[in-house]
Design a binder for this molecule. Structure first.
Ligand SMILES: COCCCC[C@@](O)(c1ccccc1-c1ccccc1)[C@@H]1CCCN(C(=O)[C@H]2C[C@@H](N)[C@@H](O)C2)C1
Length: 337
């Protein structure tokens, strides 16, 4: 319901515990899009009506048609963004975007070409970056900054709940301006961002069971709502996976489902607190009856200056309800309910 400040929570869809996305609308009359709310980037893009007919990933998703919007304002500046895998190219447009019940006049990108990989697998249409402004391509003011400048939010924060049970409804929830006590228990513990302008914190150690095996001198970690898994430097993750007996195949790390109950917990030490993930938290069971379980860790060497960095994605957020606090440049974690 209305949080009293005109904002309403945005229910999210959980697709196989790997893709979480929610609805926004653009234009008048409203054109509806499913977007990933992504703290690891800071731009909004959706597929364009003008995308090339050869872009399979484009015509299998909802497309924005500026000719059908009375509130459309032309811009036309070029746009391109590169992800860990996948790239998007297009041009800028301006229109009214509705997020969590709040209208914002927003400059966003109309994507005219989406790389087939991985976007043909996307169950959502576009990405709404929830990162800081200085990480935005083309220096565009991000959506959340436009909302903050309207002074409608009780607190300059947003919170994310990701469910772990694909059958559970809603599959998640985004709250602008506060938190939703329905989805966490206990109190929040806060960790300050490492440097201004990124949802990145310092991890003081990564433990397997009770032994701190990695990052004992401290390392950086991005708290990333736009990532499915947990990624870390290849040297650490390969050793970590070897320690738990996970095998690497072309689609990631696997274990025999019979061995899951014997797996150790994995703990991230942040801000004076230990954040543990049990084997249930970091293993995905097969959709259909089977004995191959997916371990939701990936080796990823992010090149400097951004990396080396760990990325704590949906696997972590599903266990720890996360509040992103722009007022105090800190991230709060509470046990997800
Ligand atoms: C929780 O829901 C996550 C959504 C899925 C993310 C993702 O798994 C995905 C899967 C299938 C199709 C498209 C995309 C996808 C691709 C790009 C943007 C958003 C979603 C991404 C696959 C590639 C690596 N990766 C990122 O770099 C991500 C890292 C993140 N910060 C983004 O900027 C890009 C995650």
């Amino acid at each position: 319901g209305d949080a009293g400040n005109g904002t309403v929570p945005t229910p999210l869809t959980n697709y196989l515990d790997t893709q979480y996305f929610g609805e926004i609308s653009i234009g008048f009359p409203a054109q509806i899009f499913n977007v990933v709310f992504d703290t690891g980037s800071a731009n909004l893009w959706v597929p364009s009506q003008r995308c090339s007919p050869f872009s399979t990933a484009c015509f299998t998703h909802s497309r924005y048609d500026s000719s059908k919007s009375q509130s459309y304002v032309e811009n036309g500046t070029g746009f391109s963004i590169q992800y860990a895998s996948g790239s998007v190219r297009g041009f800028l447009s301006e229109d009214v975007v509705m997020v969590g019940g709040i209208p914002v006049v927003q400059v966003f990108a109309e994507a005219t070409s989406l790389s087939a990989m991985p976007f043909i697998f996307a169950k959502f249409d576009g990405v709404l970056g929830m990162g800081y402004p200085d990480t935005a391509v083309d220096g565009i003011t991000p959506v959340f900054d436009r909302i903050m400048s309207q002074q409608v939010l009780e607190e300059e924060v947003f919170s994310v709940y990701y469910s772990r049970d694909p059958q559970r409804s809603p599959g998640g929830e985004l709250v602008l301006g506060g938190t939703d006590p329905n989805y966490y228990t206990g109190s929040f513990n806060y960790v300050h961002t490492r440097e201004l302008g990124k949802w990145e914190v310092t991890v003081k150690g990564v433990a397997v069971g009770r032994k701190t095996l990695f990052c004992s001198e401290g390392c950086a970690a991005v708290i990333d709502t736009g990532s499915s898994y947990i990624t870390g430097p290849a040297s650490s993750v390969t050793l970590l996976m070897k320690t738990i007996g996970a095998q690497l195949d072309e689609s990631g790390y696997k274990v025999n489902c019979d061995s899951v109950k014997a797996l150790p917990s994995l703990t991230f030490h942040m801000g004076g607190q230990e954040y543990s993930l049990t084997q249930e938290d970091y293993v995905l069971w097969p959709q259909i009856q089977g004995d191959v379980c997916v371990v939701t860790f990936r080796a990823l060497d992010v090149p400097p200056p951004t990396g080396p960095v760990w990325i704590l994605g949906a696997t972590f957020i599903a266990r720890y309800y996360t509040e992103f606090d722009r007022r105090n440049n800190r991230i709060g974690f509470a046990t997800a309910a």
